[in-house]
Write a protein that binds this ligand. Sequence first.
Ligand code: HEM
Length: 183
Amino acid sequence: MSSPDDFAPPPIPAPTADLTSGPPLHDACLPLRALVGVWRGRGEVDYPTIDGPYRFGQQLTISHDGRPFLRHEARAWLLDAEGAVLRPAAWETGWWRPQPDGTLELLLSHITGIQELFYGRAADQRWELTTDSVVRTATAKDVRAAQRSYALTEDGVLDYAEHRAMVGVTMTPHVTARLHRTS
Ligand code: HEM
């Protein structure tokens, strides 16, 4: 038997990337407060094994529902030299779990069959993380480890950079991007 409630939105706070509405941000998330929002921008991707560099666009959404974690979603698309969209690229979702001792836990799941657990710390407007473990499906590429950073510049740009050890190459830059707050 269905009830009218089954067709209503869930009776719990909806996740929001807007700090001016919805539930207050949980105190545990204060070290990550500046990241909450919708960010969009452009970057460059390269690696010794690929025929790069390529340009890409990315949108990063970091939202919360008042509990002591943040939801993370980033989608990317490749661009040609004129800035036209070539095709969808990376898509990752996950959770930031700030801990009382200042440690950041970041769990990320990628469309490419990779799941990662990062540990890191928040510094002054800078968040640096390194993988503790990487799990791969049988068909995934040989991704071993990553170092990721987000840094907020004085002019409000979120600089994102990622080094990766994968496909037989040691820790080497893969992605950099400059993201602007859209909300
Ligand atoms: C904004 C984020 C990213 C973008 C735009 C991006 C883009 C690319 C591009 C364009 C390539 C060349 C092959 C192709 O055309 O698909 C590539 C290769 C690759 N990327 Fe990324 N990537 C991103 C993030 C990641 C992440 C998060 C991982 C790991 C979880 C990853 C792992 C790889 C691997 C394993 C390869 C293949 C290398 C090889 O086989 O030579 N990338 N990436």
